[in-house]
Design a protein around this ligand. Structure first.
Ligand SMILES: [Mg+2]
Length: 237
């Protein structure tokens, strides 16, 4: 990695302030490292064969734009069938949060390379995700290895202990442990609330909000957080 790389530059600044290794680089997974659009599209395509109402309106759907909520392509097409939405959401929920469907995700271009570079430059990679361990850890590790993202014994994964736990509360609960593991240099997440959380807990770290998709009604991003698109991986790797 070039000596003027923003993350290395930031690490040097922290070093100058007296901070020391181990250096941590923190990443969310869904819609940060991994594009979940293909998982959503695969579930939607599977639903088409099982939910007759969906098949009837299929040709009206614009599937070229990413979406967070499975009902979004229908809403965009002006469809307001509550029963259909509920049926589709139930079908999606049964699948989206399972090991089996994670293999459809794809890393954003350059993500694998950036992670490898950071690791090579002495960073400990930490993945802090809203995915729950009982239902999604096996599939997460499998897809990381499949697409060349570091997922060995040196990498730290933080999975939720159970599905029902709220993502932001889980991420907040991990901050103390992160602080004990080393010096956080950079934290990247696609949910503004999570970026705010890291920025507040680790004010000296480089907090980046990744503009991909967010859950509905996203929080207002705090000042001092860098806003970037997924091209950050290519420009940073
Ligand atoms: Mg995410």
């Amino acid at each position: 990695m070039n000596i003027d790389h923003p993350v290395l530059r930031h690490r040097r600044q922290l070093e100058g302030l007296g901070f020391s290794a181990p250096w941590l680089a923190l990443f969310d997974i869904d819609s940060t490292l991994m594009d979940t659009t293909p998982r959503n599209l695969a579930i939607l395509a599977a639903a088409r064969g099982r939910i007759p109402g969906l098949d009837a309106c299929w040709d009206r759907l614009d599937l070229s734009r990413p979406f967070w909520d499975i009902g979004e392509p229908l809403r965009r097409a002006g469809i307001e069938d509550r029963g259909l939405f509920e049926e589709l959401r139930a079908f999606w929920t049964e699948r989206f949060f399972t090991d089996e469907w994670l293999i459809h995700d794809r890393p954003y271009p350059g993500a694998a390379e950036l992670l490898a570079d950071l690791k090579n430059d002495g960073f400990t990679l930490a993945y802090l995700t809203g995915r729950h361990s009982p239902g999604m850890e096996v599939g997460t590790r499998r897809s990381f290895l499949e697409y060349g993202l570091p997922a060995g014994p040196e990498e730290i994964f933080f999975f939720k202990p159970d599905f029902a736990m709220e993502d932001e509360a889980f991420k907040a609960s991990v901050c103390d442990e992160l602080g004990r593991r080393g010096t956080l240099v950079v934290a990247i997440d696609n949910e503004p609330a999570n970026s705010n959380l890291f920025h507040r807990a680790f004010p000296r770290a480089l907090a980046v909000w990744l503009d991909t998709v967010t859950s509905p009604l996203p929080a207002t991003l705090d000042a001092g957080i860098e806003r970037r698109g997924p091209d950050i991986f290519r420009s940073w790797s």
